[in-house]
Design a protein around this ligand. Sequence first.
Ligand code: SAM
Ligand code: SF4
Ligand code: F3S
Length: 460
Amino acid sequence: MSDSQIEYLNLTAELMSIRKRGDVPLAYVRTYGCQQNVADSERIKGMLRKAGYSFTENAEEADFILFNTCAVREHAEDRVFGNVGALKKLKHRHPQILIALCGCMMEQEHVAKRIHDSFPFVGLVFGTHCMHEFPELLYKSLVDGSRVFVRDNDDKKVYEGIPTCRDGKFKGWLPIMYGCDNFCTYCIVPYVRGRERSRQPEIIIAEAKEMIEQGYKDITLLGQNVNSYGKGLDPRPTFAQLIGEIDKIPGDYWLRFMTSHPKDCTHELIDTIAESEHISLHLHLPFQSGSDRVLKAMNRHYDRAKYLDIVNYAKARIPDVSLTSDVIVGFPGETYEDFQQTLSLIREVGFTSLFTFIFSPRNGTPAAKMDDPVSDEEKGKWFRELLAVQEEIAAERCASMVGRVEKVLVEEKAKKEGRLCGRTSGNIIVEFDGDDSLIGDFHNVRITQARNWILTGELA
Ligand code: SAM
Ligand code: SF4
Ligand code: F3S
């Protein structure tokens, strides 16, 4: 982070020490969307903390309210518009608070315009490419009270040295790259996150080391397509080399990564997982559709055969591998026969779990202009059919684990009274009885029962 941005944080701290509503200036940060956004919010919180802010879960008492938004589907955008609208009364009651919006939605011109025209109580709007200027934007909005709108400044750089305030104490996100070059025809991400750029391997390895020393037990490397990590770096390391280097850091921890794009997923990566000490036995490999015709229309650059080749290689090299995926139902022009191909792929692979989405047209993407003759009602029926198939498969997979002893990272208290909740290396949820003091560490649990996609067990 530049010296001038650090200076703006100091100026904000001075200003807010006078203007705060309570004992300390309070910020309320709400994050929508994927882990990339969560990681961005953690950096924004890092900057806010340096500017003297503490954090609150209650927007009502905050001096600064920030929504970090997601544009991936219409539903995600609608939620943001609804929740921003609800802040109008709050701003009316406390005119001195600053309301700000950032993230993927704000990189879209029509969204920024709608916020500008219809939500006059929003004082600051900035897109994903302007995060490194946040201290300056914040200070300027606070000082002169005029509305600040900044977006679309993709200078293809990676900014380092931004402080991070992580939400978790033992599970953490570690971005290794930003943006996306793939332009899947349905997806808004390349338009709102800009071109792909990778962080230097030494910086990533040093951050991983620091997290492990701080006690992080579960570290997820983040990128829209981690398999193409290194593009533009000289010399160019492969993702397998990067993760292999991180794996050498001593300690008791799991290393995860997401997302892997099947077109760039190599046998080298799978060999690295198989031979590693810390990389979890989990591969999140979105296939999106089981039909070659639809995959081509989606611009995914792999076919069903290539996908199954990676899956079969992974199953052969990593016997306990847990596979998860993203899938879209109702892509424009998809027929019921195409959809049946998706179901047959799901059955053939045997996924532990799936993130399932109904196609949502995104303004400015090629798929939004494609003919889409299938009704929403019909797509809904297919969607429910897919969920029923996956439920059956997940239940079978979980049932096959009964009797085994699994290493589990204990994460929190389960909703059920007295129980603890954790995850296996394959990212499967396990509930068991135990003391709160076990939270945040690894423990062995004997699996005694499977309920759909959740396992129950007892301390071994
Ligand atoms: N980069 C990752 C990849 O290529 O698999 C995925 C990133 S995207 C944020 C997460 C998921 O959202 C995608 O895998 C896709 O299934 C889904 N998605 C993206 N755009 C969508 C759209 N327009 N409609 C429905 N689902 C969408
Ligand atoms: Fe979107 Fe495709 Fe990039 Fe993933 S790889 S972020 S689905 S364009
Ligand atoms: Fe949403 Fe942006 Fe992630 S559009 S899914 S928050 S990259």
